[in-house]
Design a protein around this ligand. Structure first.
Ligand SMILES: Cc1cc2nc3c(=O)[nH]c(=O)nc-3n(C[C@H](O)[C@H](O)[C@H](O)COP(=O)(O)OP(=O)(O)OC[C@H]3O[C@@H](n4cnc5c(N)ncnc54)[C@H](O)[C@@H]3O)c2cc1C
Length: 480
């Protein structure tokens, strides 16, 4: 039976569209949240919707789990296979199929890299607005599946605001077109349901996205503060004044140290916190807003403020921000990254609470976050070689999440749910809510084969399939 499936899949994608050897499948056993591991029994690399459809149909017939995967940069334990089965890597489906600037949209295959779409239209004055800090490697299919955010989500919104439609191969192998390139469509917003569904409804095989016109003017400023709490208070003050910056990012002292050691982005190393503030729009408006932001930061206690002089300086400031997560490797062996949200006005409170939690556990917590959205990303530093540190980091992580919820926040801002936050969903939704979500899922994936053990809490809300257990690799050859 399973040998038959292997043969059938080889016939669909060809021998070079399969990753069979265990050492080659190793790279697929986790996403960037590496402590959830589960190796697929086989990886298939289709080149077209028809191939995806045929693969899904064969797996569905054999009752084998299916895990879609883009670039594997997720931070949730999403594109990994706790129950083994077949992983569908869409990286070979990487064509930009259509660009229509008059109607401001593009149609892309799911493996197109986020930044590649912007690069393909920027010389004509357009860009793809969603910019997760992983944009140089993450795929648009993965961005849609996780409803990714990013620094500029504050003004431009998450991926959901830029997806007009999707092509989806469901868990039964049906090919659906949800939404379309025309913005306003009657009926249920099924594309909206598919965005953020993290591969639990099907495999995204095409994405229709909005393209955005480049702003006339952009100003980027770095303001320094004596503490991350004071910087956080300035964030609310800026937005309360009626100014919505394109981006409003915060970094604390450990992050500044890490970034400057590696990237030399130009953040003042004596600062305890910086805000990276970007304004864009019509030139006249941007100048007025830049002056107002300068005044508000001063009133709120900023120590210095500097505007990037040119595009090169601006690009360097952003390079520092976008490479911050990697730069943290200079100050710690390992870290646990949290992704939670608080109401923006609660940022100073939660920042103080995060520092207190870190101190209680004897761990440094570095903070780089989308402050304008109230989306915090504490990185709890630990050394896996020191007995007990990992466990303490996980405890601190849990306490931080609870602190965010108690302040009126939510369990994920942009990374999604995956395995990591699945149990946490029960903190926000009651049984009736979860049952409705299950019912929606069953419409697309009646057998619960698509990306099992992700998104939904286990126990009574679990899908029909039995649980293998978070983080435990499935024994090799379970079905082969
Ligand atoms: C350094 C760094 C910075 C990051 N910064 C941000 C940030 O600023 N904002 C943010 O939101 N995220 C960020 N992320 C997280 C991650 O990059 C995003 O979640 C991204 O959208 C994942 O895209 P991917 O192609 O890597 O997807 P993967 O990791 O491959 O998959 C993510 C999820 O989507 C599903 N999936 C992937 N492709 C498909 C498909 N074609 N059809 C159906 N389901 C699919 C997978 O099953 C999985 O559940 C960052 C990650 C890193 C490592």
């Amino acid at each position: 039976m399973t040998a038959r499936l292997l043969t059938a899949l080889r016939e669909i994608v060809g021998a070079n569209g399969l990753v069979v050897a265990a050492d080659q499948r190793l790279v697929y056993e986790c996403d960037m949240l590496v402590y959830y591991k589960g190796m697929p029994d086989l990886v298939v690399l289709p080149r077209s919707t028809a191939e995806v459809q045929a693969v899904v149909r064969c797996c569905a017939e054999a009752g084998v789990p299916i895990v879609p995967r883009g670039s594997g940069t997720g931070l949730i334990g999403g594109a990994m296979a706790p129950k083994g089965g077949v992983m569908i890597g869409v990286n070979r489906m990487d064509r930009i199929l259509e660009v229509d600037l008059r109607n401001r949209y593009a149609v892309v295959e799911p493996g197109v890299i986020n930044l590649a779409l912007t690069r393909s239209v920027e010389n004509r004055g357009y860009f793809f607005a969603p910019d997760p800090s992983s944009q140089m490697v993450s795929s648009i299919g993965g961005n849609a599946a996780t409803n990714a955010g990013g620094p500029h989500a504050l003004k431009y919104g998450n991926v959901a605001h830029h997806v007009l439609g999707l092509e989806l191969v469901t868990g039964t192998g049906d090919v659906l077109t949800l939404g379309g390139v025309v913005a306003e469509r009657p009926g249920y917003d099924l594309a909206g349901i598919a965005v953020g569904s993290e591969g639990t409804l099907g495999v995204v095989t095409k994405v229709m996205v909005k393209l955005t016109h480049t702003a006339e003017a952009v100003r980027t400023a770095v303001a320094t503060f004596a503490s991350i709490e004071i910087a956080s208070a300035a964030v609310s003050a800026i937005i309360a004044e009626g100014i919505v910056p394109a981006a409003l990012e915060a970094m604390d002292e450990p992050i500044i140290r890490a970034v400057e050691a590696g990237v030399h982005a130009g953040y003042p190393t004596e600062a305890k916190a910086v805000l990276l503030i970007e304004l864009d729009g019509p030139a006249a408006e941007v100048e007025v807003q830049a002056a107002a932001v300068g005044r508000i930061c001063r009133e709120k206690g900023s120590l210095t403020m500097r505007l990037a002089r040119d595009d090169a300086e601006r690009a360097l400031l952003w390079k520092g921000r976008k490479e911050a997560a990697g730069a943290v490797g200079r100050i710690t062996h390992n870290y646990v990254l949290q992704d939670a949200v608080v109401p923006r006005s609660k940022l100073p409170t939660v920042m103080a609470e995060i520092q207190a939690i870190g101190a209680r556990h004897g761990l440094v917590v570095a903070n780089v976050f989308h402050a304008g959205d109230g989306n915090v990303h504490p990185m709890i530093c630990y050394d896996e070689r020191v007995p007990g540190e990992f466990e303490r980091a996980l405890e601190a992580n849990e306490e931080i999440l609870h602190a965010c919820i108690e302040l009126g926040g939510t369990v994920t801002g942009e990374h999604g749910v995956g395995m990591d936050k699945a149990e946490k969903l029960a903190m926000l939704f009651n049984q009736d809510d979860l049952e409705v979500m299950h019912a929606v899922r069953r419409v697309f994936d009646p057998h619960g084969l698509m990306n099992p053990q992700k998104v939904f809490p286990s126990g009574q809300h679990a899908c029909a399939a039995p649980s293998v257990g978070a983080g435990r690799p499935v024994p090799e050859g379970m079905w082969v």
